[in-house]
Design a protein around this ligand. Structure first.
Ligand SMILES: NC(=O)c1ccc[n+]([C@@H]2O[C@H](COP(=O)([O-])OP(=O)(O)OC[C@H]3O[C@@H](n4cnc5c(N)ncnc54)[C@H](O)[C@@H]3O)[C@@H](O)[C@H]2O)c1
Length: 252
C-alpha cells in the first residue's frame, strides 16, 4: 500500500496546452503536489508565464510538428529529467467559429481538429513511451470530452476526434498492460469555463450547459483534481478507463 498520499515529489510531468485554461490548472496542481512541470504550449508568452510561476520549464512549440516534439522532449529531459507523467491536454474545438453541421464543413475543418486532438496527442505519447517502458513506470492521461461519448451537434470533428482519443487510450492501455506500471487513462469533461469557448457560438455553449444536471459549467481546478489522482503512484490498478467529469451529464 502506498503511503505517498498523492505527492508527486521528484516526478517530472509534461502538460501539453499548459499555458492557459484546464492545462494551466493542471500544471499548478501537479506543481503544488511536488512535481517538476514542463509547460508545453504554442504560446511562448503563456508557457513562460505559467512555468515561471511554478519554477517549471517552458516548452514552446506545436504538437503537430515532429521536429518541435523532438526538440521539446529533449529540452525537458535535459532540463528536468526523464518524463514520468504526460498529460495530453492540448486541444481545439474547431477552426474558429466553424461550429457548423457536418454537411457544411470542409476537409480542412476535419484536418485542423484531428491533427491537433489526435495526431499531436499520439506524437507526444510516442515521445515518452520508450523511456517509460524502459523505466517500468509512467502515467499518461489524455483529455477527451463528453462530446466523444455523446456526439455534440455542430461539433462533428471535435466529437469524432475525442471519441478517437477515448478508443486509442484503450488500445494503448492494453498494449502497455504487460509493462506492469505504465498506465494510460482518459477523462471526459463537460463544458468547462476556459478560453476554448471563444471558438464556439453562444448557442452551442448554451446547448452544452443545458445538458448538465448540475446546471453550471465546470471549473478547471475540478478537472485538475481528477487528473492529479490519475497521475499519482496510487492509481496503479487502473488503466484504459475514461473518467467522467460532467456534473452528471453522462453517468456511464
Ligand atoms: N473547456 C471545455 O469546455 C472542455 C470540455 C471538454 C474537454 N476539453 C478539453 O480540454 C483540453 C483543454 O481545453 P481548454 O478549455 O483549457 O482549452 P484552451 O483553448 O483554453 O487551451 C488549450 C491550450 O492548448 C494550446 N494548444 C492548442 N494547439 C496546440 C498545439 N498544436 N501545440 C501546442 N499547444 C497547443 C493552446 O495554445 C492553449 O494554450 C482540450 O483538449 C479540450 O478539448 C475542454
Amino acid at each position: 500500500m502506498s503511503d505517498t498520499f498523492f505527492r508527486l515529489d521528484e516526478k517530472v510531468a509534461v502538460v501539453t496546452g499548459g499555458g492557459q485554461g484546464i492545462g494551466e490548472a493542471i500544471c499548478r496542481r501537479l506543481a503544488a503536489a511536488g512535481a517538476k512541470v514542463g509547460v508545453l504550449d504554442l504560446s511562448a508568452e503563456n508557457a513562460k508565464r505559467v512555468a515561471d510561476a511554478l519554477h517549471g520549464q517552458a516548452l514552446v512549440g506545436d504538437i503537430t510538428k515532429e521536429a518541435d516534439i523532438e526538440r521539446m522532449f529533449k529540452e525537458v529531459e535535459s532540463g528536468l529529467g526523464p518524463v514520468d507523467i504526460l498529460v495530453n491536454n492540448a486541444g481545439v474545438a474547431s477552426r474558429a467559429k466553424r461550429d457548423l453541421p457536418i454537411w457544411e464543413l470542409e476537409r480542412a475543418d476535419w484536418e485542423f481538429v484531428f491533427n491537433i486532438n489526435v495526431i499531436g496527442l499520439v506524437l507526444c505519447c510516442k515521445a515518452v513511451l520508450p523511456g517509460m517502458i524502459a523505466r517500468k513506470y509512467g502515467r499518461i492521461v489524455n483529455v477527451a470530452s463528453v462530446a466523444g461519448k455523446e456526439g455534440n451537434p455542430r461539433m462533428g470533428p471535435y466529437s469524432a476526434s475525442k471519441a478517437a482519443v477515448i478508443a486509442l487510450t484503450k488500445s494503448l492501455a492494453k498494449e502497455l498492460s504487460g509493462t506492469g506500471n505504465v498506465t494510460v487513462n482518459s477523462i471526459s469533461p463537460a463544458v468547462i469555463q476556459t478560453p476554448i469557448l471563444d471558438q464556439l457560438d453562444q448557442k452551442t455553449i448554451d446547448y452544452m450547459i443545458s445538458k448538465i444536471p448540475m446546471g453550471r459549467t465546470g471549473k478547471p481546478e475540478e478537472v485538475a483534481a481528477l487528473i492529479h489522482y490519475l497521475v499519482s503512484a496510487e492509481a496503479s490498478f487502473t488503466t484504459g478507463q475514461c473518467y467522467d467529469i460532467t456534473g452528471g451529464r453522462s453517468v456511464y
